[in-house]
Design a protein around this ligand. Structure first.
Ligand SMILES: Cc1cc2nc3c(=O)[nH]c(=O)nc-3n(C[C@H](O)[C@H](O)[C@H](O)COP(=O)(O)O)c2cc1C
Length: 243
């Protein structure tokens, strides 16, 4: 890990973050990601080593613990702080919860109370109002947004979905699709973009005539033709959310 971090650092990384939150079996099952939460000594050694040898801040992302019986986030937080972590981001669920249930914001508040390094709260912030609620409820220093940003990068400008026009949504769709095509090639880029497209257009009423063909095409020319058809349809003349 140190070897990898030392290679990355000169490339201009602002921080090195240790992901101790990943719940995928492939990762956590072999002791990495959330699997590290079961090994407090490894957390101590990892942060100690990285923070002594790197000049950029070393940060970590955790979950509450492995499962409901082992919610050891306060212990892990203390260990991280004692071993040079610059901040802690915490997703308020256990590994076994994956993404089910509600994130425990009380636990985020407790972690914030128990360490003096900054705490980033994470879990279930899907709207700008949620961000403000989490900040106020937990006292955390910042909020990390995951799923709420899929198809919705405007959340980082604290804009509500209802404020968006179809034109700006489609500008983002075109740019994102083009970048995915550049990165993955064709048809993979457009196919991989489908899940994002669904999220960009989720909750816009009246799309039933357009979505199936937009989600089916693998040809950029056809994709663009369908987008144009969509934006000139009378239903969508003004706002994406027009009545
Ligand atoms: C598709 C997807 C990919 C993710 N990849 C990562 C990752 O690479 N590193 C990480 O720390 N968390 C990752 N997460 C977890 C999120 O950072 C976050 O902890 C989780 O989604 C809960 O926050 P949310 O309720 O705002 O989505 C991922 C989540 C999703 C849905």
């Amino acid at each position: 890990l140190l070897e990898a971090a030392l290679r990355i650092e000169p490339w201009g990384a602002d921080i090195i973050d240790v992901n101790m939150g990943c719940s995928t079996r492939k990762v956590s099952g072999r002791g990495a990601g959330a699997g590290m939460l079961l090994q407090p000594d490894l957390v101590a050694r990892t942060f100690n080593l990285l923070s002594r040898h790197l000049t950029v801040p070393v940060t970590g992302k955790i979950r509450l613990g492995w499962d409901a019986a082992r919610r050891n986030y306060l212990e892990i937080g203390r260990i991280m702080e004692e071993n040079g972590a610059a901040l802690i981001a915490m997703h308020g669920r256990t590994k076994t919860q994956k993404y089910s249930g509600q994130a425990d914001w009380d636990a985020i508040a407790r972690l914030k109370q128990s360490v003096s390094i900054p705490v980033i709260g994470n879990g279930d912030a899907r709207t700008p109002q949620d961000i403000d609620r989490m900040l106020a409820y937990t006292g955390c220093d910042a909020v990390m947004v995951g799923r709420g940003a899929i198809g919705n990068p405007w959340i980082f400008a604290r804009r509500r979905r209802e404020e968006l026009t179809l034109a700006e949504i489609l500008t983002a769709v075109r740019r994102h699709a083009a970048e995915m095509i550049t990165y993955y090639g064709l048809p993979a880029g457009l196919i991989q973009f489908r899940k994002h497209l669904k999220a960009y257009l989720a909750d816009i009423p009246g799309l039933d005539d357009f979505l199936p063909s937009l989600l089916a095409t693998t040809a950029p020319v056809e994709f663009e033709r369908l987008l144009r058809q969509l934006e000139t349809a009378p239903t969508f003349a003004k706002s994406a959310y027009a009545d």
